[in-house]
Every structure is written in structure tokens, then in C-alpha cells.
Write a protein that binds this ligand. Structure first.
Ligand code: UD1
Length: 339
């Protein structure tokens, strides 16, 4: 079977490509290389010993996207990652985010609804829950007003897909609400490539440990949590990648009960910032230079998933530990320095 992975050279996309290839799927990647490089394609090939079909394509170009679908009429499913994801940038340049994340999604759906039968997996985020009233957070929890245009694009994206599935019986979709993806492939052939200063915790930690950054700023230690720092559900990117394959297989084998479903993808375990720092120190043997600073605007206190729905209905469960994820992230950081 042939699967289209949009944004397939990005962090989660590239790991999902590897997970698909390991299950025998043929993969076609489209990516505009705005936040990735062709080296990722080499990394994928070195792991899988198979080179995916790659087309450099900017999905904002409606005509090019149409041409792509005319050329690849035999696609059995689509995993849609291509999007912008920097929260701060989205506040400064909201229209870029609405164009990159929403306009492109509507173009994709226009093409998919014209095909006889299509299956779509959408990258959503736990950001849709905001500060959840109850933890661990269930899929039924209310979607809270987004605090950034980026978060809004995930909420609107889910709504657009849901409406499209209601109107077009040939379209089936699953939104996966990711918690905090971290880590890298254990071979260190692919991993996360933050552009500029990392905004996310784990790349900042590994870059500090390697000496690219002077010290980690821990954003606040006066939160109402056990040690005062924020709590998140950190999931190994390979676990997350495998969840995409399982979700896609649910659509392809027509097991889904409804045309549109939503699943949390996390480990179900919450870890505080200081717990992540200490787990990193333990696994890497490096002492991390960090200091406590003021809270970061927009951070929720705690977010971790109730994964019962994914465990029971998808038959998927995260297998890797926080330490494994940090070990893989650290191996990846060390080898990027050697390049
Ligand atoms: C962030 C985004 C979220 C997005 C996700 C993508 C915000 C508010 N949220 O999630 O919408 O889906 O990235 O991966 O930006 N931390 C530090 N020091 C740092 C960096 C982070 O203390 O230098 C802390 C944060 O305060 C937070 C935790 O580490 O408590 C995780 O932060 P981060 O990796 O940025 O993820 P989220 O904020 O959860």
C-alpha cells in the first residue's frame, strides 16, 4: 500500500515514515523543506534501506498539489504533518499560520474528497485542552479557547476535518492529539532539528549539555505541583510514530466506528521539568547547568493524557520510557555535533 506523508522530513514525520516502511508500506513524502533538509531523506534510507519517493512541494500551491494527486492516483492513505509549529512565531505572524496550517489543510481535503475512498490521519495537539479541569485528560474534555494562533489552527483543523467527514462519506479521518514528543530514532540517523534557539525543553537540555547553550532556564518553580515546576506527558517520538501506523490501519481496515475519531497519544505519565532534568543527568552522566527564572507566558500547569481510548480501541500503548527517550535525544545531539 502507498501512503502519502506530508511534512515527512520533519521531526515526527520522518520517524513515522520509518515506522511505515518497517511495516512494508510504500511511502511518498511531500515537504517544502521550510523546516527540514534533504539529509533527513538520507537518514530515513540508512535506517530502512529503502528510499521513500520524495517530491519537494509547497502545499500552499493549490495547482501543484492538484498535479501531485493526478500523478499519484493510487494513494491508500494520508498522514498530514506539514504545518508550522512555533507558538511564539504564530503570535507575531498569525496569517502565516492560518495559511500554512489551515489553507493547506483545505486544499488537501479538496483533493481527498474527490477520490473514491480516502483515509486521513491529522496531527493535532493536547494544546486543544488548554488547562484541563481534570487530569489525566480524556478526549471528551472540553476544547478550551486557544491561547495562540498555532493552537487555534489545531482546533480549527480538527473542526474542518470533522465537517468534511460528515459531508463526504468517502472520507474517514482520525485526529491524534499528541502530548510532548521527544527523543530520536535509536540509531541517531534521524531526530529533532530545531531551527535557531530551541523553544522546547528537551532540545534545549541536550544543546546545553553539549555546550551550544550556556544554561537552561526553568520557567517557574512556584506552580501548584509537587516540585513547583510544570508537568507534561513526554512521549518517545517512535511510540508516537507507531501510533500513526496503528491509527491508519484502523481506517484502512474499516474498523473505525465513525467517519471521524479523536485519540490522545501520550504515555499517561506526567513528569515535571525538574524530573526531566534529573532523568537526563542520570541517563547521560552529564551535570546540567540550569537556573530558575520567571514563568513563561501561556504555559499550562500540568497536562498528561488518559490513554485508555488509544490503549483499548487502537490497541496501542507507549512502550518506551522517559529515560530511553532522553538517551536517544542525547545520542542524536552528540552525533549532530560530529556532522
Ligand atoms: C509547546 C507548545 C505546544 C506545542 C508543543 C510542541 C507552548 C506554550 N506550548 O508545548 O502548544 O504543541 O510545544 O512540541 O509553547 N521549559 C522550560 N525551559 C525551556 C523550555 C521549556 O522550563 O527552555 C518548560 C516549559 O515551561 C514546560 C515544559 O518545559 O513546562 C515543556 O515545554 P515545551 O517543550 O516548550 O512544551 P509545551 O510548552 O508543553
Amino acid at each position: 500500500m502507498k501512503i502519502l506523508v506530508t511534512g515527512g522530513l520533519g521531526f515526527i514525520g520522518s520517524h513515522t515514515v520509518v515506522a511505515l516502511q518497517s511495516k512494508g508500506y510504500e511511502v511518498v513524502i511531500i515537504d517544502n523543506l521550510s523546516n527540514s533538509t534533504l539529509n533527513v531523506l538520507k537518514g530515513i534510507t540508512s535506517i530502512s534501506k529503502k528510499t521513500p519517493i520524495f517530491e519537494k512541494l509547497d502545499m500552499r500551491d493549490k495547482t501543484d498539489l492538484k498535479k501531485f494527486f493526478l500523478k499519484h492516483k493510487d494513494i491508500d492513505g494520508v498522514i498530514h504533518f506539514a504545518a508550522s509549529k512555533a507558538v511564539g512565531e504564530s503570535v507575531v505572524n498569525p496569517l502565516l499560520y492560518y495559511e500554512n496550517n489551515i489553507a493547506t489543510l483545505t486544499y488537501l481535503l479538496q483533493n481527498l474528497t474527490e477520490l473514491t475512498q480516502q483515509n486521513l490521519i491529522f496531527s493535532s495537539s493536547c494544546t486543544v485542552y488548554g488547562e484541563a479541569d481534570n487530569l489525566p485528560v480524556l478526549e471528551e474534555a472540553p476544547v478550551k479557547k486557544a491561547i495562540s494562533p498555532y493552537g487555534n489552527t489545531k482546533q480549527i483543523g480538527e473542526e474542518i476535518i470533522k465537517d468534511s467527514c460528515s459531508a463526504h462519506s468517502n472520507l474517514k479521518a482520525i485526529s491524534l492529539r499528541y502530548f510532548n514528543p521527544i527523543g530520536a530514532h535509536p540509531t541517531a540517523a534521524i531526530g529533532e532539528l530545531p531551527s535557531g534557539t530551541p523553544q522546547n525543553l528537551v532540545p534545549f537540555i541536550t544543546q546545553t549539555a553539549i555546550g551550544k547553550r550556556e544554561k537552561l532556564s526553568v520557567f517557574g518553580n512556584d506552580y501548584p505541583t509537587a516540585d513547583g515546576t510544570c508537568v507534561r506527558d513526554y512521549i518517545h517520538v517512535m511510540d508516537l510514530a507507531e501510533a500513526h501506523v496503528v491509527a491508519l490501519e484502523r481506517l484502512i481496515s474499516s474498523k473505525s466506528e465513525m467517519n471521524y475519531e479523536v485519540f490522545n497519544v501520550g504515555t499517561g505519565v506526567g513528569s515535571s521539568v525538574l524530573e526531566v532534568v534529573s532523568a537526563f543527568e542520570k541517563t547521560s552522566g552529564e551535570k546540567l547547568n540550569y537556573h530558575i527564572v520567571d514563568r513563561r507566558e501561556g504555559d499550562v500547569i500540568a497536562a498528561y493524557a488518559d490513554t485508555t481510548k488509544a490503549n483499548e480501541i487502537l490497541g496501542w500503548k507507549a512502550k518506551r520510557t522517559l529515560s530511553q527517550a532522553l538517551e536517544d535525544a542525547w545520542r542524536w545531539e552528540q552525533q549532530t555535533v560530529l556532522q
